[in-house]
Write a protein that binds this ligand. Sequence first.
Ligand code: ADP
Ligand code: MG
Length: 247
Amino acid sequence: MSILQVNKLKKSFDQLQVLKQISFDVDKNDVIAVIGPSGSGKSTMLRSLIHLEEIDGGSIAVHDEFLVNEGIYSSPKQIKQITSRMGMVFQHFNLFPHLTVVENLEIAPKLLKDGNAQKNRKASLELLEKVGLSDKADVLPAKLSGGQKQRVAIARALMRKPDILLFDEPTSALDPELTGEVLTVIKDLAKERMTMIIVTHEMDFARDVANKVLFMDNGEIVESGNPLEVLVHPKMERTKKFLNRTS
Ligand code: ADP
Ligand code: MG
């Protein structure tokens, strides 16, 4: 079952064309790894899906409802409703520094005007337990390690009970010894069959956890397929060159 359909996305920043006819589908339970060199448009693509960037052309549909249809955006109300089904985790965590950990989670449904305070507190504490941070509920983010901050960010994204979770290089800002704890949380989500798109430079992780890999270069999806096809037996010269460079 297709959850998200992306068709011929185009996006420019002034003269620079950053996305050139990007098309792909996400099925329920897919874990899609997006790889590619810096500047290839990975973040812009991901941000477009959740309406943090507006595209210039093409379509994005979630559960067959258009966020944008051939370059025409739906109403603000529909956009809010559609994007509320998605969660996003950023490279730099983006936690609110003045709120405690549990308040950072509670803010998600508050912003969507969803649920009551007691219910949200309970859900927040359950998710903190899930990411192994029950004991940090009442501290400020500044007291946490990078890995812990990112686990809070993942728990916060889960507060929206998203149909699809988007990750933009979730471990790139972390010291190497802290990446494992974050990747473990994402692997656990994959085991629970959460639908995810993960932009990552961690090739071993992509091979282990993803069922599809997209290789982007220069605003295009150059090659896509299962991890074996794209990461082990790539067909395209550009993919081979990228993989050789990073290995
Ligand atoms: P990636 O995530 O693959 O590194 P990005 O999507 O961040 O790539 O960026 C793609 C290109 O778009 C880069 O050349 C980048 O400099 C440019 N870009 C990204 N965001 C902006 C912006 N807000 N304004 C102008 N150019 C941007
Ligand atoms: Mg990026």
